[in-house]
Design a protein around this ligand. Structure first.
Ligand SMILES: [Zn+2]
Ligand SMILES: [Zn+2]
Length: 243
């Protein structure tokens, strides 16, 4: 593993992450905030129409985050090429059931890690240095899905590559997880709820974090810290659906 190959992988991954983010965020934003008719797809959560200054700030932080996320991923990729990770290609090695089980384990670990990291970052002594960038968007747009201060990005970015050194995972599961994470983050910051009310108020919204749930966190900082599931918020008494 050479520094040159890590640098090249970092560059390639930065581009992939950034282009993927811009495309998905832009498409979601354009679909939800339909300019011509001045109507919103889904139930509108943001009070105001998205401001150009907000999107500009979100884009700036997100592009920096793309580079920070790419760095540990590049180290993981290079380590994988040298057989140092638990990333495997042969599905039969652990069976089909492990594809599902490993995906769930990664989700649950990431969710628990983020809940507690998120609470720590809201400590007054740390907030300014780690998490204020994300909260500059009180009425976030889809572009806020990746807008983190570099410190928050760094605290998050290492987790998945590090887990790949310990828990066997197939590249298809990694891609599925990254896609799910992107879709969830983009929708949860889009400023509108695209899920129908029966889903938000039903079993889906009861257990999964939706835009209705996360948009409350951008208004009431002491509630709704979770990433994917409402489990930790409920357990710790930080869960609310009251705006
Ligand atoms: Zn927060
Ligand atoms: Zn947020």
């Amino acid at each position: 593993m050479s520094l040159k190959s890590i640098a090249l992988s970092t560059l390639a991954l930065t581009l992939i992450i950034a282009v993927r983010y811009v495309l998905i965020a832009w498409m979601t934003h354009a679909l939800i905030w339909r300019r011509r008719s001045q109507t919103t797809a889904g139930t509108r959560l943001n009070r105001d129409w998205p401001k150009a200054a907000t999107i500009k700030h979100e884009l700036k932080l997100s592009l920096l985050s793309s580079w920070i996320y790419a760095l540990p991923a590049a180290v993981g990729l290079e380590a994988w090429k040298h057989g140092a990770t638990q990333v495997y290609l042969d599905v039969d090695r652990y069976g089909v059931w492990w594809l599902v089980a490993s995906g769930l384990i990664y989700l649950v670990v990431q969710d628990a890690y983020y809940y507690w990291l998120h609470r720590v970052m809201h400590h007054p002594a740390l907030f300014r240095w780690t998490h204020a960038g994300h909260h500059r968007s009180r009425q976030p747009t889809a572009f806020a899905s990746f807008s983190f201060d570099w410190t928050e990005a760094a605290l998050n970015a290492w987790l998945l590559p590090a887990m790949a050194f310990v828990i066997p995972i197939h590249p298809a599961v990694i891609l599925t997880l990254l896609t799910l994470a992107t879709i969830a983050a983009v929708l949860n910051h889009s400023g509108a709820e695209v899920l129908p009310p029966w889903m938000v108020k039903g079993p889906v919204g009861d257990w999964l974090i939706t835009a209705s749930h996360h948009s409350i966190h951008h208004i009431h900082y002491r509630k709704n810290f979770g990433l994917y599931f409402r489990f930790w918020d409920r357990l710790m008494g930080t869960d609310t659906m009251a705006r």
